[in-house]
Design a protein around this ligand. Structure first.
Ligand code: SAM
Length: 272
């Protein structure tokens, strides 16, 4: 396991993921009944953007660095939460900040250091469980939750060449155990070929009601560069199709360098 999220925290792909995650959890919380959140690849939970790792890549400068001053209206909630939490919040800390007293969260992280950091961060928190557990195994073991309503974030590092295939299988298994759950899976857009195969795998899996939100800040042609990011959502909430486009447009406007071929899309992959 070589991937360390500290090098990438707060980059454009993170801002895209985290802004949409807030929208998804907020939609589930429109009802007062309890919500369960599972973050299968949780990371360390908080990142010092002045620390060595973040400074070495500087990726955050073209992500959250471009939003902190004068955030556009569609990103105001996201940026206000980041500012309030201090260190750049990873997904578990961002989602934890939104939990109501009746909600619960479980996080899995395999890297020993990141797991230890996350465990320390949530020590004594009765609403949050931190597991040193394989994400793909957790999708079977921790689902379905007793709450029967919830959000599952699957955010793998894409180090392994078969990560997209594992993701399809993980989504299929998780969804079979928790059919009513909202599943969100982040994926990199480097070039289109692996993403096309991923979509074909999801379409062949039998999973219903799938949409994908995508943002690419330059034409996705160079397979060695992160040119964009996508979030595949199973069981998207009501009005997702109306709420997402302004967020994507604001992200493209601020995070892109107006390079040729940038764009956004919200696409239905599988019908309800
Ligand atoms: C992209 S990062 C997660 C970032 C985090 N979700 C966020 O938005 O702040 C992926 C994380 O998954 C962890 N990881 C990799 N393989 C895993 C597995 N099989 N089970 C659990 N965690 C894993 C890595 O150590 C890494 O911290």
């Amino acid at each position: 396991m070589n991937y360390r999220h500290a090098f990438h925290a707060g980059n454009a792909g993170d801002c895209f993921k985290h802004a949409l995650l807030m929208l998804l959890l907020g939609a589930l919380q429109q009802k007062p009944t309890p919500v369960f959140v599972l973050d299968t690849h949780a990371g360390a939970g908080a990142y010092d953007l002045n620390g060595e790792a973040a400074q070495r890549t500087g990726e955050w400068r073209s992500g959250i660095g471009r939003l902190l001053d004068d955030p556009p209206p569609a990103l105001q909630d996201f940026v206000a939460t980041v500012t309030r939490l201090g260190l750049y919040p990873g997904s578990p800390r961002l989602l934890r900040a939104m939990l109501r007293p009746q909600d619960r969260m479980a996080c899995c992280e395999l890297h020993p250091e990141d797991h230890a950091a996350l465990r320390a961060r949530f020590a004594g928190d009765p609403q949050t469980g931190v597991h040193h557990r394989d994400a793909w195994e957790a999708l079977g073991a921790l689902l379905p939750p007793k709450e029967r309503r919830g959000l599952v974030l699957i955010d793998p590092p894409y180090e392994a060449t078969d990560e997209f295939a594992r993701l399809v299988e993980g989504l299929r298994r998780g969804q079979a155990r928790f059919p009513g759950g909202v599943f969100a899976a982040w994926y990199p857009i480097k070039h289109r070929a692996p993403v096309r195969d991923f979509f074909a795998g999801v379409q062949a899996s039998g999973i219903r009601d799938v949409v994908v939100a995508e943002l690419w800040w330059r034409a996705p042609l160079d397979p060695a560069r992160l040119n964009g990011a996508g979030l595949l959502v199973v069981n998207p909430p009501y009005r997702f199709d109306q709420q997402v486009p302004p967020i994507l447009a604001a992200l493209l406007d601020r995070l892109g360098d107006r390079e040729a071929g940038g764009g956004t899309a919200l696409t239905r992959l599988v019908d309800e």
